[in-house]
Design a protein around this ligand. Structure first.
Ligand code: PEP
Ligand code: MG
Length: 754
């Protein structure tokens, strides 16, 4: 097969013309396969399309029998074409009939062909089809040919994805009308939203696939790569020395990847073959995504994620302002494969109507930021970015966990009715704002706010919270590109205290590691990050960092009160070591400044079951204990909070977990340790009811939960409910949750769920 670079460019030019021409899809595809076959001097060129049920159907061919079009169907596990689709990788085979996966289809008349090259047609990381060339002679296709075919596959993806295969039998091939679709997701922030899809990852429009002037494109690519490297170098210029760690791992690998000459060479190669700089990067991104979908090894997955991030960064640089997601003031719903907390914050003032993510667990930090922003958010929607196009209308039902893509009128009407109902409910909660969270029989429960960002503080008043029960100090670290200085920390803590205006604030000391990895800290990759070098363990091993934070807290408090709690304490020694450090800072600061705290309270979080059996040792030293259900439940049930398949499976509202918490509550009463809870579970009215019935008088939650929980508390007669609750806990029936719901109903308790 004669093959060279000018031929590829010629092919690209012709392809560009073909794509620009109007015309029926079928004849366009016929022209494309003819063009490829003739330019690549192949005897056969075929396009297969993957159908919704996973079969691959022959869509167009040059060289195989025309009758086979629309009739030849292959399973994903069938033949070489199936193998390419399964692996999502190109395959070049010298003698196809001798390959173990070869499947002979007489209707195609393909038996005389030997050489085979197949490449996947990818869209959004999903294989939507396969493009093949074949030759009669035995030969092995070279790298350049493979690259060219991959590039063509990319161009074809946009057309091929919209073909309706249901209409193929009679030779008719229609464009698929983009129908309504309903997808399921997890509610990460409750609410309802309606708007047009705005894709977070840059999209390269088909019109921009081809290079006008190759030299210009080459220069643009070079300039963008220089900018990219400079931005990564800036991210690395942090105060790493303070951590006492070798600068390694995450950022360093990231930097190495960006400087990898083979990545740059591959991108330039794309430009040389006639692609625009954007299209060349897009091609690399498609490959990385596709490999990511099939990669199982966690290390490889991380690397591919890094590469995809780099592709996206480069595309953003190439796109300049034009490439930025265009959020319209009125109605936009952000659609992203994954989002870091800092990225999400960039959209904070954009007036988003909804956020949709492919990845994410309810306790992930993007989810926590979304709740701070109060934007209806769904996560864990598989294949999200391949099902939605830029500009599609969407209904985000983050009450029931449903996403309607391109809804029809009746769905829209139903949505409007739900919005009206929701506003009524919100108005009812707002009316409770200034009323106490007191049960019918006169027990007052403190309802506090979980916070970590400036944005949260604005919710203190409108939510009617009694104070801040959990201030996640690590958020300041997570959302900035460099390590916050001590001055930055003092500024933030002072602002928090000022905004709280005398209401109590519990600062939680740095809780890094686990799912809160800072690229800037070069944390080592771990097999099980949730069980690893994180939180208080990490802080105690980085005393410089930890002491600076404690000092900042003491400075910010000045001569007012200060309350601090330590996360993830597993054994008492960790608590005592951290407490000693804090006490030293308090003394040191008093000596230097002459100002003394008016009051200091030190508490501990209960996040590991082990600590529950060390309460006698903490008596007299820990003023209070705050249950962090997010971590506690993952360790109690051995179910990773970040893995959607298991994180929801095990419930706090279950006899074993509640009996455990009852024991903790009883022990705290015995040892004189004040008790509170601050994990995300406090925000569900049924769980909050359980906490209150177990004797908790202090619950901290996100702003949106305070209204519903307050309503529940005000409808509760504890004296009447508690004995029945405790009996149920001792004698649970098969569905304990239903048993409790029935009990709550019997007692007239107003719950939001169930
Ligand atoms: C918890 O684990 O419940 C908790 C409040 O801490 P975080 O969610 O920040 O880990
Ligand atoms: Mg925790």
């Amino acid at each position: 097969m004669a093959y060279n670079l000018p031929a590829t460019r010629l092919l690209m030019n012709r392809l560009r013309q073909m794509m620009a021409e109007d015309g029926e899809t079928r004849s366009r595809l016929d022209n494309v396969v003819q063009l490829i076959a003739s330019t690549m001097v192949a005897d056969v060129c075929s396009i297969y399309l993957r159908q919704p049920r996973g079969m691959l159907i022959l869509l167009a061919t040059e060289g195989l029998k025309p009758e086979a079009v629309g009739n030849t169907r292959l399973g994903m596990s069938e033949g070489l074409v199936g193998l390419v689709a399964r692996r999502a990788e190109p395959m070049a085979i010298q003698d196809a009939p001798r390959h173990p996966s070869f499947s002979y289809r007489p209707e195609t008349g393909e038996d005389p062909f030997h050489a085979f090259l197949g490449v996947p047609i990818l869209r959004g990381g999903r294989v939507i089809g396969v493009l093949t060339v074949q030759n009669r002679t035995e030969r092995l296709y070279g790298d350049e040919e493979i690259d060219t075919l991959q590039t063509i596959a990319m161009v074809l993806a946009e057309i091929v994805d919209r073909i309706d295969t249901e209409h193929m039998q009679n030779g008719d091939m229609q464009r698929r009308t983009r129908n309504l679709a309903t997808l399921k997701g997890r509610v990460l922030c409750e609410g309802l939203g309606y708007g047009r899809a705005v894709l977070h990852d840059p999209v390269v429009p088909a019109a921009k696939f081809f290079a006008g002037d190759q030299e210009v494109e080459d220069r643009r690519l070079d300039r963008a790569m220089v900018d990219l490297k400079a931005s990564i170098d800036r991210m690395m210029m942090i105060d790493g020395a303070a951590l006492g760690e070798d600068p390694r791992d995450v950022m360093e690998t990231y930097r190495l990847l960006a400087h990898d000459p083979s990545w740059a060479e591959k991108l330039h190669e794309g430009v040389r073959s006639g692609l625009s700089a954007e299209a060349s990067v897009d091609r690399a991104r498609r490959e990385h995504r596709a490999r990511l979908q099939s990669a199982r090894d966690p290390y490889l997955r991380e690397r591919l994620h890094d590469l995809e991030d780099l592709d996206n960064r480069l595309l953003r640089i190439l796109g300049g302002d034009e490439g930025k997601p265009q959020i319209s003031e009125e109605r936009s719903v952000l659609v992203a494969r994954r989002l870091g907390p800092a990225e999400l914050l960039e959209y904070a003032n954009a007036g988003l109507r909804g956020i949709l993510m492919e990845e994410a667990a309810a306790s992930s930090h993007a989810a926590i930021v979304a709740r701070a922003l109060g934007i209806p958010t769904l996560g864990g929607i598989e294949g999200l970015t391949t099902r939605i196009d830029q500009g599609d209308w969407l209904i985000v039902d983050a009450e029931q966990g449903t996403l309607h893509v391109r809804p029809d009128d009746s769905l829209y009407d139903a949505y409007k009715a739900r919005v009206a109902l929701r506003s009524e409910r919100q108005a009812a909660y707002a009316a409770l704002r200034d009323l106490p969270a007191r049960t019918k029989d006169g027990r007052t429960i403190r309802l506090m706010l979980n916070a970590g960002l400036d944005l949260d503080l604005d919710m203190l008043e409108p939510a009617g919270a009694d104070g801040i029960g959990l201030f996640r100090t690590e958020f300041q670290f997570l959302v900035s590109e460099t390590l916050p200085s001590m001055e930055d920390q003092i500024t933030l803590y002072s602002r928090v205290l000022k905004k709280a205006a005398g209401k109590p604030v519990i600062f939680r000391s740095l809780d890094l590691g686990g799912d809160k990895v800072l690229p800037a800290l070069n944390l080592q990759r771990e097999e099980n990050p949730a069980l690893g070098w994180r939180s208080i363990r990490f802080a105690l091993d980085h005393k410089g960092l930890f002491r600076r934070q404690l000092r900042a807290l003491v400075r910010a408090a000045g001569d007012g009160p200060l309350t601090v709690m330590f996360p993830m304490v597993t054994v008492p020694a960790e608590f005592f070591e951290a407490r000693d450090l804090l006490l030293k800072e308090v003394e040191w600061s008093a000596e230097r400044t002459g100002r003394r705290l008016s009051k200091l309270e030190i508490g501990v979080m209960l996040e590991t079951p082990a600590l529950a059996y060390s309460l006698p040792e903490l008596a007299g030293a820990a003023e209070f204990l705050s249950v962090g259900t997010n971590d506690l439940m993952q360790f109690f049930y051995a179910a990773d909070r970040m893995t959607p398949h298991v994180s929801d499976r095990y419930d706090l509202v279950f006899p074993s977990a509640l009996r455990f918490l009852k024991q903790v509550a009883d022990d705290c009463a015995t040892y004189g340790i004040r008790l509170s809870a601050c994990g995300e579970q406090t925000g569900s009215t049924l769980s909050a009811l359980c906490f209150v019935a177990l004797g908790f008088t202090n619950l901290s939650m996100s702003a949106g939960s305070i209204g519903p929980v307050k309503r529940m508390i005000r409808s509760l007669d504890m004296q009447a409910f508690q004995p029945d609750f405790l009996t149920a806990l001792e004698q649970p029936n098969e569905s304990f949750r239903n048993q409790l719901l029935a009990l709550a109903n019997e007692h007239g308790v107003e719950l939001s769920e169930g």
